[in-house]
Design a protein around this ligand. Sequence first.
Ligand code: SF4
Length: 199
Amino acid sequence: MGITRRSFLKLTGAAFATSVMYEFTGQSQAMAADASQEWKLVDVTETSTICCYCSGGCGTICSARDGELINVEGDPDHPINRGGLCSKGSSQFGVNSIYDDVTGERMINPNRVQKPMVRRAGATDWEEISWEQAFDEIAKRIKETRDANYIGEADGVTVNRCEAIASFGAAALDNEEGYALQKLCRALGMTYIEHQARI
Ligand code: SF4
C-alpha cells in the first residue's frame, strides 16, 4: 500500500496525540516517579555568587532553606561557565558542610578555618588570633622589614626598592584584587611579586 503525503501526516499526527495523552493521563513511569518524590530544592532561597576557588569566576547558585545552605551548583545563566563547574568548584558545598561517614548526618565542616591563625617562630602549633591582631602584626612586620632593608640608590641609580619582602598571590585573586595588591606591592618598592600559576 502506497503512503500519500496526507495519510503520512494523519498517521504521525495520531501517534503524537496518543503520546501526549499518555503523558497527561499519568501513565508515564517517569511522571509517576517524579510525582512521588519530594524535590530537594523546594522552598529554598537562591543566591547567585561566584566560585570561591579561582579567578576563573564561574557563576554559582547557593540554595538555602531556613537560613541553612543545602545545595551549591553551577549557574546555567552565567556567561562564563553556563552551569558547568570544574571538580574544585563542584565541591564548594564542602567548604560549608560535610556528611558524617557513619550516620550520614550533615554537619558544619570542622576543618574550616574561620579565624586568622599564626604559627610563631619555633612553635609547632597554630594559634588563633583576631583579625585586628593579625592586621596589626602584619603591618608592624612590613614596616620594620621595609625600614631596615629599603634601598634608595644602587650603583648611582635611584631604585627605591625593598628586596626583603615578597608577595605570593593565589588563584583566588580576581582582577580587582590583583590590581589592588600590585598597587600595594609597587608602593612598598617590592620586586619579588609572584603568582602560584607560574610555579
Ligand atoms: S575553581 Fe573551577 S569552578 Fe571555580 S572558578 Fe575556577 S574553574 Fe570555575
